[in-house]
Write a protein that binds this ligand. Structure first.
Ligand code: GDP
Ligand code: IMO
Ligand code: MG
Length: 423
C-alpha cells in the first residue's frame, strides 16, 4: 500500500497541481478531500495549460481514477465548465471520475452570500475567491446543506432549497439590501445539475477501500494551504475547510493511514492572495520582481499575489500541524540570478523573540521577521539532478532542511513536467 498526501505547506498556490501531475504518472488513484472551486491547480502538458479547480489533477493521466471526496464542496456550474474543457481536449471523465454521494453542493445563494458578505461595509474583507465556499460549509455544519445524493432526489432537493432560500433571501434583501434570488430558476438549474452529476456519483468509500486493500498507489491532493486552515491558519483570514493533512483522512473517506507519506509543497519564496498577515511580505522592487518572474497571479481569480521571502518559522509551524514527512520545493528557478536571498528564522514582537507563528491576530500583524541572509546564485537551476544544482541553491535547500529537520525530496525548477528533480 502506498498513500501520499500532497498538501500546500504555505498560503496556497505552491505548485500542488504540478507535483500531483508528476507523481500521478505512477499512481492509480487521486483523491480531493476539501475545498472547492476556490482552488486553481495549474498543470502544463507541453505548451498546453490546464487549470483544475475541482477535479483532481490526476485526471490528466489516462487510467488514473479520480475521486471527489465527501469533504469537498462542489459547485455544479464550475464542475460543468471543467469537464467541458477536459472533454474538448479529448480527456475522458466517465467511469474514472467519481463523486462521493456525501459531497456538499454549492448553490447560487452560497455564492451570493459570499459576495455580499465581502462587500459589506465596515467588515474587514477576507478577500475570498467569491466561490461560495464559506457559506456552503456553514450550511453543511448547520445541517442544512444539500449533498450530491440529496440533489438527485427531487423531493429532498426541492424542499431543502425552498426552505433554505426563504432564510437566505431574507438576509440578502433585508440585511444586504440586494435583490432576492429567483426560486424557480434555482430549482430548475438544480434539476439540470442533478442530471449532470448523476453519472459520476459512486460509492467512493468502497472504491477507495478496494484500492487500499489492493495495495494500489493512492495520491491525495490538498487544496489551499496549511496557513489557510480553518483551525490552525491565520484566522479569520482563512478558508472554511481543513487543508492540513489530517483533513485528508476525513474528507477523502480513507480513514487514518498511519504510514502515509505527507508531502508538503512549499515555494522557495512565499506568496499569499487575499488579505491577512504576511510577516515577510515585500512591498518593494524585490516583491515586484518575484511576482513578475514567478507569474504570481491567481489561477482562479487572476488577482496579483502578494510576494515575500521564504518564512521558515511559518513553514516549521506548517510542518507541525501537517505532520510533514518531506518537502517538495517549487519555483526554485524564480530565484535564479538574485544576489542575496533572505529567509525568516524567527520573529520579534515588542523586543521579544518568537520562534513560532502566534495565534493572536494582532501579534500576527505586528511581528517583524528576523532574517538570515544566504548567498544567491547566478547560474541557472535547470539541471538533471539535485547534486548538479548551483552550490548556493544546494546550500539554500540544506539550510531549510536543517532548520525544519525535514528532508527536501523533490525540487521543481520550472512549470513543465520534466523540470523536476528527485533526491
Ligand atoms: P497550486 O494551486 O498549488 O496548484 O499552484 P498554482 O497552479 O495556483 O500556482 C503555481 C504556479 O507556478 C503555476 O502557474 C505553475 O505552472 C507554476 N509552477 C509550478 N512549479 C513551478 C516551478 O518549479 N517553477 C516555475 N517557474 N513555475 C512553477
Ligand atoms: P489553491 O488550491 C491561494 C484564499 C482566498 C482568501 C481565503 C478565503 O489554488 O492553492 P475562500 O474563497 O476559500 O473562502 O477564500 O483563502 N484562497 C486561496 N489562496 N490558493 C488557493 O487555492 C486558495 N483558495 C482560497 O484568497 O484569502
Ligand atoms: Mg492555485
Amino acid at each position: 500500500m502506498s498513500v501520499s498526501i500532497v498538501v500546500g505547506a504555505q498560503w496556497g498556490d505552491e505548485g500542488k497541481g504540478k507535483i500531483i501531475d508528476v507523481l500521478s504518472a505512477s499512481a492509480d488513484m487521486v483523491l480531493r478531500y476539501q475545498g472547492g472551486a476556490n482552488a486553481g491547480h495549474t498543470v502544463y502538458i507541453g505548451q498546453k495549460k490546464y487549470v483544475l479547480h475541482l477535479i483532481p489533477s490526476g485526471i490528466l493521466r489516462p487510467g488514473v481514477v479520480c475521486v471527489i471526496g465527501g469533504g469537498v464542496v462542489l459547485d455544479p456550474e464550475a464542475f460543468k465548465a471543467e469537464i467541458d474543457v477536459l472533454h474538448d481536449a479529448g480527456i475522458q471523465t466517465q467511469g474514472r471520475l467519481l463523486i462521493s454521494p456525501r459531497t456538499h453542493i454549492i448553490l447560487p445563494y452560497h455564492k451570493k452570500l459570499d459576495q455580499c458578505s465581502e462587500d459589506q461595509k465596515g467588515r474587514q474583507k477576507i478577500g475570498t475567491t467569491g466561490r461560495g465556499i464559506g457559506p456552503a460549509y456553514v450550511d453543511k455544519y448547520n445541517r442544512a446543506g444539500l449533498r450530491a445524493i440529496d440533489l438527485l432526489n427531487e423531493a429532498i432537493r426541492e424542499e431543502r432549497i425552498r426552505e433554505n432560500l426563504k432564510l437566505k433571501n431574507f438576509i440578502i434583501e433585508k440585511y444586504y439590501n440586494e435583490e432576492p434570488l429567483d426560486e424557480s430558476l434555482i430549482l430548475q438549474q438544480a434539476a439540470a445539475h442533478a442530471e449532470l452529476i448523476r453519472p459520476y456519483i459512486a460509492e467512493t468509500i468502497e472504491r477507495v477501500d478496494t484500492a487500499l486493500r489492493g495495495k494500489r498507489s493512492i495520491l491525495v491532493e490538498g487544496a489551499q494551504g496549511a496557513l489557510l486552515d480553518i483551525d490552525y491558519g491565520s484566522y479569520p483570514f482563512v478558508t472554511s475547510s481543513h487543508p492540513v493533512a489530517g483533513g485528508a483522512f476525513i474528507g477523502s473517506g480513507l480513514g487514518v493511514v498511519p504510514d502515509a507519506e505527507v508531502i508538503g509543497v512549499a515555494k522557495a519564496y512565499l506568496t499569499r492572495v487575499g488579505n491577512g498577515p504576511f510577516p515577510t511580505e515585500l512591498n518593494d522592487a524585490t516583491g515586484t520582481l518575484l511576482r513578475d518572474r514567478g507569474g504570481e497571479y491567481g489561477a482562479t481569480t487572476g488577482r496579483p499575489r502578494r510576494c515575500g521571502w521564504l518564512d521558515l518559522v511559518a513553514l516549521r509551524y506548517s510542518a507541525r500541524i501537517n505532520g510533514l514527512t518531506q518537502i517538495a520545493l517549487t519555483k526554485v528557478d524564480v530565484l535564479d540570478g538574485m544576489d542575496r536571498l533572505k529567509v525568516a528564522t524567527a520573529y520579534t514582537l515588542d523586543g521579544h523573540e518568537l520562534d513560532t507563528f502566534p495565534a493572536d491576530p494582532e501579534e500576527q500583524k505586528r511581528i517583524q521577521p528576523v532574517y538570515k541572509t544566504l548567498e544567491g546564485w547566478n547560474d541557472s537551476t535547470a539541471s538533471d539532478s539535485i547534486s548538479a544544482l548551483p552550490r548556493q541553491a544546494r546550500e539554500y535547500i540544506a539550510y531549510m532542511e536543517d532548520y525544519l529537520k525535514i528532508p527536501v525530496k523533490i525540487v521543481s525548477t520550472g512549470q513543465r513536467r520534466d523540470q523536476i528533480l528527485f533526491a
